[in-house]
Write a protein of this length. Structure first.
Length: 254
C-alpha cells in the first residue's frame, strides 16, 4: 500500500470523532490542577489555605495562556482553577475541541511545571455558551464558587490548626450555615470580610490600553502611541457589579 493511500486510510481513525464549536458560540475553557491538593499541601507544603507564591504561579500561568496564540479576552483564576473566555469569532485550530483541550492543558502544565520546578498537570474542558448572558452566568458561577470555597477552606484549616483531624474538621463543617462559619472564624480571630479579596473572589486578567511615548525617527519627534497590556485585577467587584463588569467586557469585544 502506497504511503498516500495508507495516510488517508489511517487519518480516518484519528479524525472521525473530531467535534468543532459552531460559529457564533462563545468558548470558555476551564483548566483544573490534577492532584494539586497533594502537590501543594503535602509535597511542596504551601501555606494553607492560601499561599501568595502559589497564587503568583497561577496568575503567571493564566497570563501565559492568554498570550499563547489564541485570542482570549478574559482570564479568571481561583485556587488551582483557570477559566479563559475566547473572543467570539476566534477560530484557532478550526475550533476543534480536542485540539483546544489538549493544547491548553499542555501549555498550562508546561508553564506551571517550570514555575514550580516539579510536575504540575492540568486537565481542560470546553463550555460552549450561546450568548453574553450565559457567559456572564458562567463567570458569576465560578466567582460564587470561589467565595464559597474560600469560606470553607479558612474554616477547615482553622479547625485543623486547633486540634481537629481531617475527618473531624470535615464533619463539623457539613451542617454549618454561612453565618455559623463566619462566627467560627471570628472565634479564631479571623474576620472573613477583611481577608484579601483575591482569596475570596479570585483574580481577573484582561487587556487594557495605555499610552506610551515613542520616538519617530523620520522627524525626530517624541509622539504618544497606544499599546495594550494585561491588567491583573486582585479586587474584582461582587455580585451584580461583577456581572455588569463582565457584560461590558464582553460587549466591548463584539
Amino acid at each position: 500500500m502506497k504511503f498516500d493511500e495508507l495516510d488517508r486510510k489511517m487519518r480516518v481513525f484519528e479524525t472521525a470523532h473530531d467535534h468543532c464549536v459552531l460559529p457564533g458560540l462563545y468558548i470558555v475553557a476551564r483548566l483544573d490542577g490534577r492532584g494539586f491538593t497533594r502537590l501543594t499541601k503535602e509535597i511542596h507544603q504551601f501555606e494553607a489555605p492560601y499561599d501568595e507564591k502559589f497564587c503568583d504561579m497561577m496568575v503567571t500561568t493564566t497570563e501565559y495562556l492568554i498570550n499563547c496564540g489564541i485570542d482570549i479576552i478574559y482570564g479568571y483564576n481561583q485556587s488551582d482553577e483557570i477559566s479563559l473566555l475566547f473572543a467570539r469569532d476566534e477560530s484557532t485550530f478550526g475550533r476543534k475541541l480536542r485540539k483546544l483541550n489538549s493544547v491548553l492543558a499542555g501549555e498550562a502544565s508546561a508553564k506551571f511545571s517550570l514555575l514550580l520546578g516539579d510536575i504540575g498537570a492540568f486537565d481542560c474542558r470546553i463550555s460552549q455558551l450561546p450568548n453574553v448572558e450565559e457567559v456572564v452566568n458562567y463567570f458569576r458561577w465560578r466567582h460564587e464558587d470561589a467565595h464559597r470555597n474560600s469560606l470553607n477552606s479558612h474554616c477547615y484549616w482553622s479547625l485543623r490548626r486547633n486540634g481537629h483531624n481531617a475527618t473531624q474538621a470535615t464533619k463539623r463543617l457539613q451542617k454549618m450555615s454561612v453565618a455559623d462559619k463566619n462566627e467560627l472564624l471570628f472565634q479564631y480571630g479571623i474576620n472573613f470580610n477583611q481577608l484579601p479579596n483575591w482569596q475570596k473572589r479570585g483574580v481577573g486578567l484582561y487587556w487594557e490600553e495605555y499610552e506610551k511615548l515613542g520616538y519617530n525617527p523620520v522627524n525626530g519627534e517624541v509622539v504618544p502611541t497606544t499599546r495594550r497590556r494585561i491588567h491583573y485585577d486582585f479586587n474584582l467587584p461582587m455580585k451584580d457589579e461583577y456581572s455588569e463588569f463582565l457584560q461590558k467586557l464582553v460587549m466591548a469585544h463584539g
